[in-house]
Ligand binder design. Structure first.
Ligand code: SF4
Ligand code: MG
Length: 331
């Protein structure tokens, strides 16, 4: 099968006084129909910007290059007007705070019927109602609550309503940015399970943005690990979350595991400033394995096992120039 969404050397930057903030800096990534790909990394690594870029929701003044190809077209070249009409029926989105997206003065039923009437004007009232109830039922919301207002639901239910609202149009691709971060663990697990069923039923591809590697292990088929605007490792979710290749993925996994044990581990240092990121491998100032070459030359991207790629000198030690193999000296 062909990917439904394909990013090629995607770059996104924001203007800034001291120079551009390079939030996404050369990302290539494919999404297959029905597949869930986790995009994981610390906050500020560019993952939300990437998600917004895919949907054409970048703020005014953001620059971009590369390709976001969807059904044979580059979304970055499409006019805002047309893109707006694609959002909903073709490209769906689920955000973190459902309360800011639901109108408190409108019943749940009105939200659904409005969305359907905008995007499928030929739909009859009865069918709109049936489709909406079905979508809600799919997310575990009883049809008896169809006529209620947003404030009558819990936070977890509101988030499920938002998801149902995104899925009622059956988009080919959905981007979900930290959709369960504000919720407790049980509600989160339930939402992720329902989401997995739904995308299987409708063949929807899901790009799931999260800072939580545990969620990736649970809910994703594949994962892309992002650091400082780059995807440093990508591959099957199970492999990457159990045996990461890239030192940053390993550190991320250690800090995730430490949250559920007594051994606290946080990655030393802070994520870099994206105006002037460290040269060569951007992780070198924080990397426990850094060698002299890492601060001087861009690391190659290597296939470390089938379907898996990692951007690190450790996978290409035979190509490190003589004299640059020794551990990096830090001040
Ligand atoms: Fe660490 Fe070097 Fe690999 Fe970068 S290239 S992650 S600094 S070992
Ligand atoms: Mg974010």
């Amino acid at each position: 099968a062909d990917p439904v969404l394909s990013l090629r050397d995607l770059r996104i930057w924001y203007g800034a006084e001291r120079g551009a903030v390079r939030a996404v800096d050369g990302v290539s990534l494919d999404l297959m129909p029905g597949e869930t790909v986790g995009l994981v990394g610390e906050s500020g690594c560019g993952k939300s910007t990437l998600g917004r870029g895919v949907l054409g929701l970048l703020p005014e003044g953001a620059g971009h290059a590369g390709e976001v190809s969807f059904k044979g077209r580059n979304l970055l070249d499409i006019k805002q007007r047309e893109l707006r009409s694609m959002r909903g029926p073709e490209l769906g989105m689920i955000f973190q705070e459902p309360m800011t997206r639901l109108n408190p003065l409108m019943r749940i039923s009105d939200h659904f019927e409005e969305v359907l009437q905008i995007h499928e004007p030929k739909i009859g009232k009865k069918e709109a109602r049936n489709r909406s109830m079905e979508a809600l039922r799919g997310m575990g919301i009883p049809p008896t609550r169809y006529k209620q207002y947003p404030h009558e639901f819990s936070g977890g239910m509101r988030q499920r309503i938002m998801i149902a609202l995104a899925l009622v149009l059956r988009p080919a691709v959905v981007v979900a940015d930290e959709p369960t971060t504000a919720l407790d663990v049980l509600v989160e697990a339930q939402i992720l399970r329902i989401l997995a069923d739904l995308r299987r039923n409708f063949d929807t591809a899901l790009l799931l943005i999260t800072h939580n590697l545990g969620i990736v292990a649970e809910a994703c088929d594949r994962v892309a690990v992002m650091y400082a605007g780059r995807v440093v490792e990508q591959g099957p979710a199970y492999d990457v979350t159990t045996k990461p290749s890239h030192p940053y993925s390993r550190e991320l996994l250690r800090s995730t595991i430490s949250l559920s044990t007594t051994e606290l581990h946080s990655i030393p240092g802070a994520p870099p400033d994206l105006v002037s990121p460290p040269p060569a491998c951007r992780f070198h100032p924080r990397c426990p394995n850094a060698m002299a070459v890492c601060a001087q030359q861009w690391p190659p991207t290597e296939a470390t096992s089938p379907g898996r790629r990692s951007e690190c000198w450790l996978h290409a030690t035979d190509r490190i120039p003589v004299g640059l193999e020794q551990p990096l000296q830090r001040e």
